[in-house]
Design a protein around this ligand. Structure first.
Ligand code: GLV
Ligand code: MN
Ligand code: MN
Length: 414
């Protein structure tokens, strides 16, 4: 089995070709969910899958499933995938790696003339990033029954576009009903997006879980007033209140070390005029911790801090939790399959918890699931300079291949 090898050069070439769609000047990718660029990326992926002999299904959330039949059609499929959408300043690997590593498995099975018992499917999930439509992992979330379809389709971007409307517009609102079908196992390859593997010189991260997340939206209301005649002590400056709130978010993140993460990534101030005191500010909070109780305590501290700021600054501050993703433990047999594959193939590895959210988190609710991480340069991701080495990218896909084979049933020559 050790001699069954994916083609690392072909995988790399496909990643680089896909990265041309939405390429940015600094070498990254901006391919926000359900934009015209996302459609182009999807079209290319579908074309490649068809060329590899797959049948294609698109469900009502626009999730794309490319299927290679197995010997036994009554067996549930083994899935490998990830997402094709990116952050506004995204990289070439976050998402496309897991999708194209899945495609590379199918291309390799074809080359080697191998027939698996169970069907093998590659999946590209809709709106994993949560950058254009909050929250993250919407397509896999609806597939797994965490969100209902109406909730998924009604997610609304800041520009007012809805997820369902944009799916229709780009032609990826498919006919297939959501979920409700058995999945034998789900595997996802991804760059680590953090510094641990690189720092320890390990090639493979055997991902056994993911940390919990809570997303909030905060609205601060003060009073617009003239920047000149309004004395400092009578002002009700919503942006100043937001700034104090942001300081608190950072303080809370630092207070819950090790492991807590706390981020304000989006802010809108109104009227955004240089000589008017801001009367209305909207900002988001992303809190993460592997320990659910600590995450709850962070939530409570944030609410208390915002109440105090509102009172001291004579502001109205409203906080709404819009998303909670509990901590995840991946299926022990899937985790072991990844570890065994790394061992068998002779790659150094360590067990690791994912700091990022992934579609595998939601898939783990409806199917045995596991993930393979590979190092990325400097641990940098959600950045146009995101990078990973060709040998590591090939190694992760190789491990993915062997883990999928272990679940898809004994390989037989066609
Ligand atoms: C997904 O990219 C996340 O924010 O974890
Ligand atoms: Mn990702
Ligand atoms: Mn991401």
């Amino acid at each position: 089995m050790e001699n069954l090898r994916i083609d690392g050069d072909r995988l790399w070439a496909s990643l680089m070709e896909l990265a041309r769609i939405g390429a940015t000047e600094k070498g990254g990718v901006c391919r926000l969910a359900l934009t015209d660029l996302d459609r182009q990326g999807r079209d290319l992926f579908v074309r490649w899958c068809k060329e590899a002999g797959c049948s294609i299904e698109v469900d009502k959330m626009g999730n794309i499933f490319a299927r290679r039949a197995g010997r036994n059609p009554s067996l549930p499929p083994i899935l490998a995938g990830s997402h094709l959408d990116s952050q506004p300043t995204g990289g070439k690997f976050d998402g496309p790696y897991g999708v194209l590593a899945g495609l590379e498995i199918i291309r390799t099975l074809n080359d080697l003339g191998i027939e698996t018992d169970a069907p093998v499917e590659v999946v590209a999930w809709t709106n994993e990033e949560g950058a254009r439509f909050a929250p993250s992992m919407t397509g896999s979330g609806v597939f797994a029954g965490v969100f209902d379809l109406d909730y998924g389709l009604s997610r609304t971007a800041l520009d007012g576009a809805t997820l369902g409307g944009e799916l229709e517009r780009i032609g990826y609102s498919g006919p297939t009903a959501m979920g409700n079908r058995p999945i034998g196992a789900y595997f996802e390859a991804h760059i680590e997006q953090g510094p641990i593997l690189e720092a320890e010189g390990k090639t493979i991260g055997v991902v056994f879980g993911a940390q919990a997340q809570r997303w909030f939206e905060v609205t601060v209301i003060g009073q617009e007033a003239h920047a000149g005649p309004t004395p400092m002590h009578v002002r009700r400056d919503a942006l100043l209140g937001a700034a104090r709130g942001i300081q608190e978010v950072n303080r809370i993140g630092l207070a819950y070390q090790p492991n807590a993460c706390a981020t304000v990534g989006l802010i809108q101030s109104s009227p955004n005029s240089r000589n008017t005191i801001p009367g209305h500010v909207f900002f988001t909070v992303d809190f993460r911790h592997p320990d659910d109780e600590k995450l709850s305590a962070m939530n409570a501290e944030l609410r208390a801090s915002l109440e105090r700021i509102a009172e001291e600054s004579k502001l109205e501050i409203a906080i709404e939790e819009i998303w909670y993703s509990p901590p995840v433990r991946f299926d022990p047999a899937c985790v072991q399959a990844v570890r065994d594959a790394a061992d068998r193939l002779g790659y150094s590895h360590r067990d690791i918890v994912s700091g990022a959210g992934h579609d595998a988190c939601y898939m783990s609710r409806v199917a045995p699931s596991g993930m393979v991480f590979v190092p990325c340069e400097g641990g940098i991701s959600h950045n146009e300079v995101e990078n990973a080495s060709k040998p590591d990218i090939a190694a992760g896909a190789q491990v993915l291949f062997h883990a999928v084979l272990a679940f898809a049933g004994e390989a037989k020559a066609r």
